[in-house]
Ligand binder design. Structure first.
Ligand SMILES: [Fe+2]
Length: 359
């Protein structure tokens, strides 16, 4: 067996290349958009990629699944329930993919997404039992995947799916689809773990069911350009260009919150609030227009190109990325508000409070 984990530092994703050294067949799991890394590895090592699997429809990056399947002639696999507009080989719980002697067994683990699967990897010459679980965005190292993309039953399904994985023996190694990033809240940063370690030390797995369900509902902000990314990954619409512009993040000019009111007046700037609608409704910079970062690529027509735009979020983390994306997509007059709406208010500037219709 050959096993390689790819760590993608830009968004904190992991992808996997698993092959049989006997049959030379390989499967790539959760491939990134840049597929050359898998093609190069296959060429260097003399493997033939026969399968491409996504553990679920990704919300934070455009999958390379269709590009890789097309480039290699490999079959493209997703769980049967995946809501997409392109052909794929449907997987069901208990199905097996065989690469020579290596077996990948499908475990349907809905929660993060309805179609989420995990893959149990068994190498029979070593043992009849699985030694690895590719846990997708179900079980992370020190965390579990956010369940709010999984529909109304997401949190409960996630609890049950995680319990199912915890039924595996302690020695099974856990390799998730993320080691950082927006699909969870408290990942520890290690790229892998074991079932035994997570059962004992993953803080969410120590919680009783009720607390797990309520904590799981406190989701972080949706990822930058999620609407465009999901539309692309589902085959509804093609926003592949988002991938190119998401990467560059050219330097963006920033201003201090204390200088904000004078700067806005002087530049006749529009304030673009990229937080979630609920955050905007609660408290906002007066006159700010709400376009959550998840919708930036699909709502760019609403953003002026010939006028200064001051991008603001809660603390300045989302806005610098959002402003970088806009700049690389051709918006020349974007400026970032350091410290976000929090910094704005702490500097003594006025805010509008209370429920407000999203502008
Ligand atoms: Fe995910």
């Amino acid at each position: 067996m050959y096993f390689k984990q790819f760590l993608h530092d830009d968004l904190g994703c992991s992808s996997y290349f698993i092959a049989s050294r006997e049959s030379r067949e390989a499967v790539v799991i959760d491939p990134q958009y840049d597929i050359e890394q898998y093609l190069d590895l296959a060429t260097e090592r003399g493997y033939h990629i026969i399968g491409v699997v996504d553990t679920h429809l990704h919300a934070d990056h455009i999958s390379g699944n269709r590009r890789l399947a097309k480039a290699t002639g490999a079959k493209l696999y997703l769980h049967r329930s995946a809501d997409v507009r392109f052909p794929f080989e449907p997987l069901d719980d208990g199905d097996e993919l065989h690469l020579g002697q290596v077996i990948l067994r499908v475990v349907h683990t809905p929660g993060h997404r309805p179609e989420s699967i995990s893959l149990l990897v068994t190498n029979p010459p070593r043992s009849p039992e699985p030694s690895i679980v590719l846990s997708g965005d179900t079980l992370f190292v020190g965390d579990v995947g956010r369940p709010d993309f999984g529909g109304p039953e997401g949190a409960l399904e996630q609890f049950e799916s995680v319990q199912r994985l915890l039924g595996l023996p302690d020695y099974v190694e856990v390799f998730p689809a993320h080691f950082e990033g927006s699909c969870g809240k408290g990942m520890c940063g290690r790229p892998s773990s074991t079932i035994g370690f997570e059962r004992r030390f993953n803080p969410l797995l120590q919680l009783p069911k009720g607390e797990f369900l309520s904590l799981a509902e406190e989701a972080p902000a949706r990822p930058l350009n999620m609407t465009a990314i999901m539309a692309t990954n589902q085959g509804d619409n093609d926003y592949e260009w988002v991938h190119e512009h998401g990467e560059g993040e050219p330097p963006v000019h920033s201003i201090e919150p204390k200088d904000g009111p004078a700067w806005i007046a002087e530049h006749h700037a529009m304030v673009l609030d990229v937080r979630e609608p609920s955050e905007y409704a609660e408290r906002r910079i007066p006159g700010a227009v709400s376009i959550p970062q998840a919708d930036l690529a699909t709502r760019m027509a609403e953003i002026p190109r010939d006028r200064d735009v001051l991008v603001a979020c809660a603390g300045g983390v989302r806005s610098i990325k959002a402003a970088g994306f806009l700049k690389s997509a051709g918006f020349e007059h974007v400026t970032n508000l350091l410290g976000g709406t929090d910094g704005w208010q702490e500097a003594g500037n006025p805010v509008d409070m209370g429920e407000a219709a999203v502008v």
